[in-house]
Design a protein around this ligand. Structure first.
Ligand code: ATP
Length: 467
C-alpha cells in the first residue's frame, strides 16, 4: 500500500479521486492547494502525487510541480487536467511529471498510472522559468505522445530524428524542441538538405574561408557556426549525398566542423534531423549510412499522417482560421474530417486559409471548402449536403454528443445507449475531438456521475468515475 497525495482545489474531484485511490488499495491523503501539498510533503511518507494543474493562487499546478520535483527524493507526480494544451503537456513533462493525463481519467487508467509510477520514479528535477507556449496544435493520442516526448528530451543533448510524411509538422516539432530547451535564447537554424545543390551544401553547412576555393572572396560562416549554442535542424536528411553523409558523421563524432579552406572549429550545437523517407529501408539498400542513421536516431520521434489523427483536424483548422478571425461551420468541419489529406497539415492549412481569404463572413460554410476531387456541394443547410461521408460523420458526432449528454457523461451507459462497445465509443470520441471537448465533458461533475452510477448499481470496475 502506498500513500498517495491528491492535490486539487475542487472538493468533489478530490474526494472522488481519494475514493478510487482507496479502492485501489492505497492510502489517499488530500491537499486543496499547492501550499498545503508542499506542507504535507514536508511531513514525509508520500509515495506518489496526483496533481491538478489549474489551481487558484500564486502556486498553480505547474509551479507546485516544479517545487515538488525540486525536493530531494521527490515522489513521482501524475498531472491531471481538464485543460490539456500542447504547451502544458510539454512543460509538465519537462518539469519531471511522470505523466500528464486529461480528465476524465478512468479507474483503469488511474490504476495503471499509479502502478507504473510507484514502480519507478524519475529523478532529475529541473527548475526554470516557464517556457513560451509551443505552436504545436493537436490533442490526438499520437500528438500527445509526441508532445510528451518533446518535454522529456528537450533539455537533453541527444540527437533527435523526426520521421513522418511530408507536411505532417516535422519542422514544427523541431521548433518546439528548441523552444522548450535551455537553448531557446540561441538560434534555431533550419537547413533543407534536399533544396540545396549537393555541391553547395558543404559551404552552406560548414562555411568557407576566404580563398578556400576559386571565387571565395570572403570568409563565410556555415549553418553549424550560425547555430552556435542553439539548434541546427537538418531537414530531409535522407536526401543527403553519400559524401556529405560521411562529413556529417565526422562532425557528430568529433564535435568540430572545418570550413572549406579553413581551420577546424569546436561546435556546441543540438542536432535535430528530419526525413519523410523510410531511412531504415535506405540503410538496407545501402543508400544511407547505417552508422550515421544510428547517430541521428538516438531519440526517434514519429509523426503519423493527419488521416491517422482525425482528432487534430478540426482543432488545426480552427487554429489556422483564428488568425483571420473566422470559424468553421459544422458542415465544413465534417467535410474536412471526411477528406484523406495526402498533403497532411500543410494541405489542410492551404485549404482553410484559401477559404478564409475568399469568404467575407465569419463562418466558413461547407461549400466554401475547396477540396481536390470533391466538388463543393451544398444548399447552405449542412443537413442537405450531398457528400455522404461528411453527412455520416456529422450524424455520428451529433448522436455521440447527445448520448453523452443524456447519460451525464457516463461513457459506459452512453455506449449502451448507442448500441456500441465502449472501446469503439472511445475511438469515435477521439476521432471527433470529443474526448477533449471541455464544453461537453468538463461541466459534468464527479459526484453527478458517481451518484448516477450508484443509483444504477453499475460495476464500478467498468465505470469512468471522473468524467
Ligand atoms: N501540430 C501543428 N500545429 C500547428 N501547425 C502545424 C502543425 N503541424 C504542422 N503545422 C503547419 O503545417 C505546415 C507544414 O508543417 P511542417 O513544415 O512542419 O511540415 P514538415 O513535415 O516539416 O514538411 P516537409 O516534410 O515538407 O518538410 C506549416 O505551416 C506548419 O506551421
Amino acid at each position: 500500500m502506498a500513500t498517495v497525495l491528491i492535490v486539487d482545489d475542487d472538493a468533489a474531484m478530490r474526494e472522488g479521486l481519494a475514493e478510487t485511490v482507496g479502492d485501489l488499495g492505497h492510502l489517499p491523503v488530500v491537499a486543496a492547494s499547492g501550499i498545503e501539498a508542499l506542507a504535507r510533503l514536508g511531513a514525509g511518507g508520500v509515495n506518489a502525487v496526483l496533481l491538478d494543474l489549474r489551481m487558484p493562487g500564486d502556486l498553480d499546478g505547474m509551479a507546485t510541480l516544479a517545487r515538488i520535483r525540486a525536493r530531494p527524493e521527490a515522489p513521482p507526480v501524475l498531472v491531471l487536467t481538464a485543460f490539456a494544451s500542447p504547451a502544458n503537456t510539454i512543460e509538465a513533462m519537462r518539469l519531471g511529471a511522470h505523466d500528464h493525463l486529461t480528465k476524465p481519467v478512468g479507474r483503469a487508467d488511474l490504476a495503471a498510472a499509479l502502478d507504473n509510477m510507484l514502480q519507478r520514479a524519475r529523478p532529475d528535477p529541473v527548475l526554470e522559468r516557464p517556457r513560451p507556449p509551443g505552436g504545436l496544435v493537436g490533442s490526438s493520442e499520437a500528438m500527445r505522445r509526441v508532445q510528451k516526448s518533446i518535454g522529456l528530451v528537450a533539455d537533453g543533448p541527444a540527437t533527435i530524428l523526426i520521421c513522418g510524411e511530408t507536411g505532417t509538422g516535422k519542422e514544427e516539432v523541431a521548433r518546439a524542441l528548441h523552444a522548450f530547451s535551455s537553448r531557446r535564447e540561441r538560434p534555431f537554424v533550419p537547413v533543407d538538405c534536399a533544396a540545396i545543390r549537393p555541391d553547395l551544401l558543404e559551404t552552406e553547412l560548414f562555411g568557407h574561408a576566404r580563398g578556400g576555393f576559386p571565387g571565395a572572396t570572403a570568409d563565410r560562416s556555415g549553418a553549424f557556426a550560425q547555430a552556435a549554442g542553439g539548434t541546427l535542424f537538418l531537414d530531409e536528411v535522407g536526401d543527403m549525398a553519400p559524401a556529405m553523409q560521411a562529413k556529417i558523421l565526422r562532425v557528430i563524432q568529433d564535435r568540430t566542423v572545418t570550413p572549406i579552406g579553413g581551420r577546424p572549429l569546436r561546435i556546441d550545437v543540438r542536432l535535430v534531423a528530419a526525413t519523410h523517407r523510410d531511412l531504415p529501408a535506405l540503410v538496407a539498400d545501402g543508400r544511407f549510412r547505417a552508422d550515421l542513421y544510428y547517430r541521428l536516431a538516438v531519440v526517434p520521434i514519429s509523426l503519423p499522417p493527419l488521416r491517422e489523427r482525425l482528432a487534430d483536424i478540426v482543432p488545426l483548422a480552427e487554429h489556422f482560421l483564428a488568425a483571420f478571425g473566422k470559424r468553421l461551420s459544422a458542415g465544413a468541419a465534417a467535410r474536412l474530417l471526411a477528406y484523406p489529406w495526402p498533403g497532411n497539415v500543410r494541405e489542410l492549412r492551404n485549404v482553410v486559409e484559401r477559404a478564409a481569404f475568399l469568404v467575407r463572413g465569419g463562418m466558413i460554410a461547407p461549400e466554401e471548402i475547396d477540396l481536390p476531387g470533391a466538388p463543393p456541394t451544398s444548399t447552405g443547410d449542412p443537413d442537405q449536403d450531398a457528400d455522404l461521408p461528411g453527412a455520416v460523420a456529422r450524424l455520428e458526432r451529433r448522436m455521440i454528443e447527445g448520448a453523452l449528454t443524456a447519460e451525464g457523461g457516463n461513457r459506459t451507459r452512453a455506449a449502451k445507449r448507442l448500441g456500441i462497445q465502449r472501446q469503439l465509443l472511445y475511438a469515435k470520441m477521439e476521432r471527433y475531438g470529443l474526448a477533449a471537448d471541455e464544453a461537453t465533458l468538463s461541466q459534468i461533475t464527479t459526484d453527478h456521475v458517481a451518484k448516477a452510477d450508484s443509483e444504477n448499481g453499475e460495476d464500478s470496475g467498468n465505470i469512468d468515475r471522473f468524467p
